[in-house]
Design a protein around this ligand. Structure first.
Ligand SMILES: Cc1cc2nc3c(=O)[nH]c(=O)nc-3n(C[C@H](O)[C@H](O)[C@H](O)COP(=O)(O)OP(=O)(O)OC[C@H]3O[C@@H](n4cnc5c(N)ncnc54)[C@H](O)[C@@H]3O)c2cc1C
Length: 489
């Protein structure tokens, strides 16, 4: 059947633009690829009216992966500021855990300009100012997309494969018009409400627990950022990306307990105001920052969609719930998944087979190379959301070993072996610490079970139903066990 394009990618953000370049690369520019994005070209990749809202941090490993696989290497100005790693502080600021690992703070407003140029060098075509609204289907296959231009002109185009890269509020996935294994809806408790400022400031008190130009700082605190975390990411000596993320139900429980009426914005404002190192601040301005210095948005923090392909269709990026459950980092996963999807799509085009089966390799390769560890962090995330500040203080001080820290840095699962070395009689004296040790042990064991299960991801669609049934059994047990409790200051 003749189609307008080989591939249409809806959404030209982080995931869509990388996938477009990857298909261009692996098909040796032979594929006719269209990216459509609702923004004007000068605002490519803008997530919402609030801007390119993000913490902007990504690891050097992800950037190297892109370069090694599709030859794309970012530079200044899209790479804004280098960091040596991440420092995580306990709520009482007494324990600092250092996760070494180079990375960069990106300029998310400038990066898409670079990514569009990269994609064009692979002969990718663009239509801007165009919102996709529905997928078109025929004979059990997705065959195209409809939408509307900013001036109201309706749009319809056909393709052999349509890719949904429209981000966390995707309507294409939600109204997928064919039978498939892709889950269409996400539980609201698996979404974090997040927001941040980008600020120029004068250095107040010299206090490395509140700002350092060399490390990304994360503050765990169930009062400041209930069921989430707060961050101070340096963009220079006097420039910072500062914000926080919360689960909506976590915030409601915290407000109820303390008879408060905070919302995401009031929490962010208070967090900035209470930072003694950041003084006399103003929103960062100029061409690289205008329209992007203040914004709130949402991130999915469950495991990625258990299936990301259907006949003639695939989903990637936040639309596929790719961000890591533990820290909501979705840039690296978009890079890994975008490259893998690009390779699989190029092969499918070559083989002239656009079926779920032909695209299944994307599910398998993503899961068995990156997703298997990331997806199973859902267990630790759920557990952390149930802890009080006292428990986090105690756990970080007594139960986290060097090996655990190394494991988390390498995106593996910590074993929390120190919980086994504690004298059980001593532990029993303080019941909450005993519960904490038990919870951490359960988390370590369950995460390993999920890792093994994910590594056994079915190599064809035939095994999927049985695989998923076992997975849901494991997840349900965890969800039941880690029911959110009232958070304490
Ligand atoms: C406050 C915050 C902080 C974060 N911090 C970090 C961090 O520090 N590190 C990290 O790794 N990750 C972070 N993330 C997550 C990261 O930003 C996302 O995972 C990443 O941007 C996902 O890329 P995406 O392309 O899937 O979606 P998006 O970046 O949202 O891009 C989607 C694109 O599609 C367009 N679009 C949407 N709907 C349509 C439509 N119907 N038709 C046409 N176009 C459409 C959008 O306008 C946009 O251009 C953060 C997220 C938030 C909200």
């Amino acid at each position: 059947m003749k189609t307008d394009y080989d591939v249409i990618i809806a959404g030209g953000g982080m995931a869509g633009l990388i996938t477009a370049s990857a298909i261009g690369f692996y098909s040796k520019k032979s594929a006719r690829i269209l990216v459509l994005d609702r923004n004007p070209p000068e605002e490519a990749g803008k997530k919402t009216n609030n801007g390119w809202t993000c913490g902007d941090a990504t690891s050097m490993n992800s950037l190297r992966f892109l370069e090694k696989n599709i030859g794309v290497k970012y530079e200044s100005p899209e790479l804004e500021h280098p960091v040596k790693g991440v420092l995580v502080y306990s709520p009482d600021h007494k324990t600092k855990v250092r996760f070494e690992g180079e990375g960069f703070i990106l300029n998310r407003k400038l990066l898409p300009q670079r990514q569009v140029r990269d994609a064009k060098s692979f002969d990718v075509e663009f239509k801007f100012n165009l919102s996709a609204d529905r997928l078109v289907a025929e004979n059990g296959y997705v065959t195209g997309v409809t939408g509307r231009a900013d001036d109201g002109t309706p749009f319809k185009a056909t393709a052999k494969i349509v890719i949904d890269a429209t981000g966390s509020s995707s309507v294409l996935r939600k109204f997928l018009p064919i039978e498939s294994y892709i889950e269409k809806e996400i539980d609201m408790d698996d979404i974090e409400a997040t927001g941040r400022y980008i600020l120029d400031f004068e250095q107040g008190k010299e206090d490395e627990t509140f700002f350092t130009p060399d490390y990304c700082l994360i503050h765990l605190d169930q009062f400041i950022a209930p069921a989430g975390y707060a961050w101070v990411f340096p963009k220079g000596k006097n420039r910072v990306n500062i914000g926080l993320g919360v689960s909506k139900s976590g915030l409601n429980r915290r407000n109820k307990k303390f008879k408060l009426n905070d919302n995401l914005q009031s929490l962010i404002d208070k967090y900035v105001k209470d930072n003694p190192a950041i003084k006399t601040w103003r929103l960062s301005a100029g061409q690289a920052f205008d329209g992007n210095s203040k914004g709130n948005w949402q991130v999915p923090v469950r495991r990625h969609n258990d299936c990301m392909v259907a006949n003639g269709f695939a989903v990637v990026g936040d639309a596929a719930w790719l961000p890591r459950p533990l820290d909501a980092g979705g840039i690296g996963p978009s890079m890994y998944a975008g490259v893998i999807l690009g390779k699989v799509v190029a092969h499918a085009l070559e083989a002239k087979d656009y079926s779920q089966e032909a695209l299944w390799g994307y599910n398998v390769e993503y899961m068995t190379t990156h997703g298997y560890q990331m997806a199973s962090f859902e267990v630790l995330r759920r557990y952390l959301q149930t802890l009080t500040n006292e428990q986090i203080n105690y756990g970080m001080k007594h139960f986290l070993s060097e090996e655990d820290i190394r494991a988390i840095s390498e995106r593996r699962h910590p074993e929390f072996n120190r919980t086994q070395m504690m004298n059980p009689i001593l532990l029993l004296r303080a019941l909450s610490e005993y519960d904490l040790a038990k919870g951490l042990r359960y988390t370590a064991k369950k995460s390993q079970t999920l890792v093994q299960h994910n590594l056994a991801y079915p190599t064809t669609p035939a095994g999927f139903v049985a695989w998923k049934k076992t997975l849901l059994g494991e997840i349900e047990e965890t969800t039941e066990r880690f029911k959110p409790i009232e958070v304490a200051e």
